[in-house]
Design a protein around this ligand. Structure first.
Ligand code: EGV
Length: 391
């Protein structure tokens, strides 16, 4: 059942590779936020003792409502709190696990899942016993995909990880209509939407308008360098009969009010200009990576429109994503190979590596330098004598 186990040979999942990267060297592997705090964010952190006291004395329910409201409105989801219930989890993966278990308990077995996407989503779904069918992100965005017969849950990551592809409003309305007409539940993982205002139209207004059953996973975890103090929100129509609250309470009573308070503060800052600053920061890192690689290395960028905090790099034909990942790792530079993102067709993912952009600019530059010099090795005559090969 565990997809990481193929016979006796262990194929690591992407998170295992990310953990290895944290230990040492240049880590542009995981998608967590590891850039410096902005000055406005620093001011919030400087108030931590006071925030701790407020969290300790405040009313739990009031604080939770404020945090949800602050975050959801900062990402444009103004009607989310009107017709939905919101359960607060320690991470979006915890929310996904709860969703999967609740869906399984309700008898759901057949899931149509966006392809490619981060491997822990198919792994969590398979882990509870679901059968998966891949649906291409392009056909989902175009609204032209045909759902496999018998689909009971359609699960879409938007913006998608690692491609940054966004499900446009018309496509969301289309899939919500299809789901409403056929009794399919529409699941969305919107963890990266804070980076891209094209994913910040009010999804809940569309979902409610079409009358479909939905479960949305929202996430603060990729946005702010809060040392993984974050929340995943599990959002569903009030009165829906999936046993989400029951599974949730099997696992959690709630999350720390200090985290909720930090989210309220960071979300208010985001709405008041912090998201603008964040997109400029990520765009600058993306420009830096693309610029440094475009000048020297025979690579291309398959996701020109992406605004999320990771960037795919297409490797030259003579190598693979796994090959480049391995060679870079030997130099102490950690990217992610992309095989596992293509969970139904790993070979297709081996054309790419993924570079995290939520890092200090110097780290992006060091990673780009290493990629460039690694790829200039073995190119024969084009290799410049004396070119630096160190990271
Ligand atoms: C990314 C890793 C898991 C995940 C990393 C991620 N955590 N597996 N619970 O947060 O894109 O690097 O999503």
């Amino acid at each position: 059942m565990l997809s990481g186990q193929i016979g006796a040979r262990h194929v690591p999942n992407l998170t295992e590779l990310e953990i290895a990267a944290i230990e040492s060297g240049v880590n542009v592997a995981d998608g967590h936020a590891r850039q410096e705090l902005t000055s406005a964010q620093r001011k919030i952190i400087d108030r931590l003792p006071g925030l701790f006291a407020e969290a300790a004395s405040g009313s739990g329910a009031g604080l939770e409502w404020q945090a949800k409201q602050a975050y959801l409105s900062a990402v444009g989801q103004h009607t989310a709190m009107v017709g939905s219930d919101v359960l607060t989890c320690y991470s979006s993966s915890v929310a996904m696990e709860i969703f999967a278990r609740a869906a399984y308990a309700a008898g759901i077995r057949r899931v149509a899942l966006i392809h490619p996407t981060f491997d822990n989503i198919p792994d969590i779904m398979r882990g509870v016993g679901m059968t998966l069918a891949p649906v291409s992100e392009d056909l989902l965005a175009a609204g032209t995909a045909v759902l496999p017969p018998g689909t009971e849950l359609l699960l879409i990551t938007t913006p998608n990880n690692p491609t940054g592809a966004v499900l446009p409003r018309e496509a969301l309305a289309h899939w919500a209509r299809v789901c409403a007409a056929s009794g399919v539940i529409l699941g969305l993982d919107t963890s990266f939407r804070g980076f891209d205002d094209r994913a910040q139209y009010d999804h809940y207004a569309v979902l409610a308008g079409e009358g479909c059953r939905y479960v949305v996973i929202e996430d603060t975890g990729k946005l702010w360098p809060t040392l993984d103090l974050k929340a995943g929100f599990l959002v569903f129509p009030r009165g829906d009969h999936l046993p989400l609250r029951r599974v949730y309470t099997d696992l959690l009573l709630g999350i720390s009010p200090l985290i909720l308070l930090l989210i309220r503060e960071f979300a208010d800052d985001a709405a008041g200009g912090g998201f603008g600053e964040l997109s400029q920061f990520i765009a600058a890192n993306r420009g830096q990576l693309r610029g440094q690689l475009a000048r020297c290395a025979p690579v291309s960028f398959p996701d020109p429109g992406s605004r999320i905090s990771v960037e795919r790099v297409c490797v030259p034909a003579r190598t693979t994503g796994t090959g480049l990942w391995h060679a870079l790792r030997d130099r102490g530079v950690h990217v992610l190979p992309c095989r596992q993102f293509h969970w139904a067709n790993p070979e297709a993912g081996d054309r790419f590596v993924r570079v995290a952009l939520s890092r200090p600019p110097e780290m992006i530059s060091a990673a780009a330098t290493a990629i460039r010099s690694q790829l200039s090795l073995g190119l024969g005559p084009t290799r410049r004598p004396g070119a630096s090969v160190s990271a």
